[in-house]
Design a protein around this ligand. Structure first.
Ligand code: SF4
Length: 732
């Protein structure tokens, strides 16, 4: 009996059995007993809340937040509460769709879909080599699925490049940590929110983007100082004790200025710096020129505000520094993140409760992607360019080492730009919506349309990317498959199959297996027989690395323990205590010391001028919206919690100058495109700035395609725009 086509109460359909047989998919034991409830990790953000799923006859009918899970303790945001609704939408994709000679997508069987896909990609590889086809994947699917994709595509099919949409959110933190700590290792645990006496949030609207983390902070019993560094008076800034509304992209100057101010106050943990770091003297020299006056001029902040923040950090005994997309999505994100790390290192605020240089992840499984997707890093955070690492992985997987590329994949932007140069001719897009979310959208659309063969694998056929595809593959989503996610605090938690996927939709895992079989490399992955078997393979790949998880005793332990944070090597205590990294002062560099990393700030690439006088800021709109709204847009409940149409926040003074009022429809224009939006007059944005949420399809018509030079993460947070009111739309 083919378990993947069996619902949790044992129902089957004739059609699915037929498809199962034709694909030759392996037998999978049914996992879920028809209990009254089971628990699993939410499929949206990186907080990693656990949800109790209530079952009737073995199928999910409702859910509620898990009251004893150590992450969310009985709370969930609106997205979590509404997790089941998008899965049950009536417009789910139920069969593969192939574009016909009239240019329309029409249903085909899996057999045809797999044949066409492999023939097209095979022909491109034959004619143009292993760089001619790439994949763009996601931080939204389980680790086991992304690992299988990375292995099949590179080791089996023989292609070279694949990247994830995690490039858009977390690449900066990955590079920052690797250079500073020797490994991509967010050091914290969520308890640090509750144990700090000073919390510094840089470029993070925690209350909206990570509302359950914000609740953890609100539960801090130490009456902490909360310092928010953000150009906007966000919901988080409104809850802060100190808000620094700095000029956009002046954060690196500010952070260097704070370092100098701390040096001037003697607020350096000299013994920690001497014992556990390298490069401090050079860093101190570097920041010596960042006087209060210089920083004040660059950031627009008063000297008094700067002095107060420096005093607060200097006086803090347990200072934690947190950052997210305001830092990561920057033209100099890596150095900015490292300036935050530098502040934590110089003050000895790391490895102790309530401290840390803490990057908050974006998607539910961004961390899984970072460690196990086989894109930028080889399995287990290894280096593709290291022959020793390649040999280790080849031995574990029992494959010819020559099948492992000797370098990492090209980055997302390079894969997309490769279409223009003729390198990228085929693309396989999995669970992401590039045509909506990628920066400088017009260019992206033009390039996607030039592809010789575009495959999109998703839950719905109406995403902006699927609409451009030659072939669309129907995928199962969260709640319809098994696996694990890794959250922001490195906690591995389970996801489970509690729903039937509709029609012929398959878990991404089984699609990757079927592609491997059809390509002719399926035998290489015979041991990758189901998600838990892959988890065990990844455990072996992790042995001896900083993310060693060999001590996890199968999926059952994840359930029993309330998730397990990495590392958890063989012999680690069970149940695993909640913990942070670097308590012993040893980092993952060769000499065990953390490195101070720094560089002169760079100018933004598109400053404002008389034609485009406003700085455009983008970000999350509400707790009810997720990225391109592919899922959240299908919930009536969630749709009622945010404005249906795109809006632009305008400062009251600017609104008066522009003679526009709250509710007016205006056009926001950049040198690359334009969008129509409703004016929300709001003093939360400063004069000269505009804010547009990222969730609307038009937003990336405006954004400027700058990337950080080290992480290649796009800078979504700064470009020059102007506003046209209706009477001026026709004016050039
Ligand atoms: Fe899900 Fe994140 Fe909301 Fe928690 S905070 S319920 S993980 S979307």
């Amino acid at each position: 009996m083919s378990g993947i086509f069996r619902s949790v109460d044992g129902r089957r359909t004739r059609e699915l059995k037929r498809v199962s047989g034709r694909l030759g998919l392996p037998q999978v034991p049914e996992r879920l007993a028809p209990d009254a409830t089971t628990s699993m990790v939410c499929g949206y953000c990186s907080t990693g809340c656990s949800l109790e799923v209530h079952l009737r006859d073995g199928v999910a009918v409702n859910l509620s937040p898990h009251v004893s899970y150590p992450v969310n303790r009985g709370t969930a945001c609106p997205k979590g509460w509404e997790s089941l609704t998008p899965m049950q939408a009536g417009d789910r994709l139920t069969s593969p769709m192939l574009r016909n000679k009239h240019g329309r997508l029409e249903p085909v069987g899996w057999d045809t879909a797999l044949s066409v896909m492999c023939e097209q990609f095979g022909a491109l590889k034959e004619a143009h080599g292993p760089e001619s086809v790439s994949f763009l994947s996601t931080g939204q699917i389980p680790t086991e699925e992304m690992a299988l994709l990375g292995a099949v595509f590179k080791f089996g099919m023989g292609f070279r490049h694949g990247d994830g949409n995690t490039r858009q959110c977390m690449a900066t933190s990955v590079v920052a940590y690797k250079q500073a700590f020797g490994f991509d290792a967010p050091p914290y645990t969520y308890a640090d929110f509750e144990e700090s006496d000073v919390v510094v949030l840089v470029g993070s609207n925690l209350a909206v983007a990570h509302p359950i983390m914000w609740q953890r902070l609100a539960a801090n019993p130490h009456d902490p100082e909360i310092i928010v560094i953000d150009p906007r008076t966000t919901e988080t800034a409104q809850g802060a004790t100190q808000h620094l509304p700095l000029a956009p992209k002046s954060d690196l100057v500010l952070l260097y200025g704070l370092a100098k101010a701390l040096l001037d106050r003697g607020a350096v943990d000299r013994s920690f710096v001497a014992a556990h770091t390298t490069g401090f003297d050079e860093f101190a020299l570097h920041v010596s020129g960042y006087s209060v006056d210089r920083v004040s001029e660059a950031t627009g902040l008063s000297a008094a505000a700067l002095e107060r923040v420096a005093d607060t950090i200097a006086d803090g005994e347990r200072v934690s520094f947190w950052w997210t997309m305001g830092v990561n999505q920057s033209h100099e994100g890596v150095r900015t993140a490292q300036a935050i790390i530098d502040l934590a290192l110089m003050t000895g605020n790391i490895g102790r409760p309530g401290t840390g240089a803490n990057s908050i992840t974006g998607q539910c499984n961004a961390m899984g992607s970072r460690l196990f997707s086989n894109t930028s890093s080889l399995f287990g955070g290894r280096d593709f360019a290291d022959a020793g690492h390649r040999a280790e992985v080849a031995a574990i997987l029992d494959i010819d080492v020559a099948r492992i590329p000797d370098g990492p994949s090209l980055a997302y932007d390079q894969i997309i730009e490769g279409i223009a140069t003729g390198m990228t001719r085929g693309l396989w897009v999995i669970a992401t919506n590039s045509a909506h979310s990628w920066i400088n959208q017009s260019d992206c659309h033009d390039l996607l349309d030039r592809l010789e063969f575009l495959v999109v694998q998703d839950l719905y056929a109406d995403t902006e990317t699927a609409q451009r595809a030659d072939l669309v593959l129907p995928a199962a989503g969260w709640g319809e498959k098994d696996g694990t996610f890794i959250n922001s605090e490195r906690r591995i938690g389970p996801v489970k199959r509690v729903l039937d996927s509709p029609g012929q939709a398959l878990a991404d895992f089984w699609i990757f297996k079927a592609v491997a079989d059809r390509w002719g490399c399926g035998e290489m992955f015979s041991a990758w027989s189901d998600p838990e078997a892959v988890f065990e393979i990844l455990q072996r790949c992790s042995a001896g690395t900083p993310c060693d998880i060999t001590g996890i005793d199968g999926y059952e332990m994840l359930d029993r323990a309330g998730g397990v944070q990495w590392p958890h090597p063989t012999g680690a205590p069970t149940p695993a205590p909640e913990r942070r990294l670097f308590a012993d002062g040893r980092f993952f560099t060769d000499d065990g010391r953390a490195r101070f990393c720094f560089e002169d700030p760079r100018a933004v690439q598109e400053p404002t001028d008389h034609r485009y006088p406003f700085v455009l800021l983008t970000g999350r709109g509400t707790t009810s919206q997720w990225h391109t709204q592919t899922r959240t847009g299908r919930s009536d409940v969630l749709r009622g919690l945010y404005p249906a149409d795109a809006y632009v926040e305008v400062n009251p003074v600017d609104a008066e100058d522009l003679r526009c009022r709250h509710g007016d429809r205006v056009r926001v224009e950049s040198r690359r495109g334009a969008m129509t939006a409703t004016v929300f007059v709001n003093a939360a944005v400063q004069c000269g700035h505009l804010f547009v949420p990222m969730h609307y399809p038009e937003t990336n018509q405006l954004t400027f395609p700058a990337v950080d030079p080290y992480s290649r993460q796009p800078s979504y947070k700064h470009c020059a725009v102007r506003i046209r009111t209706p009477e001026r739309w026709e004016v050039g």
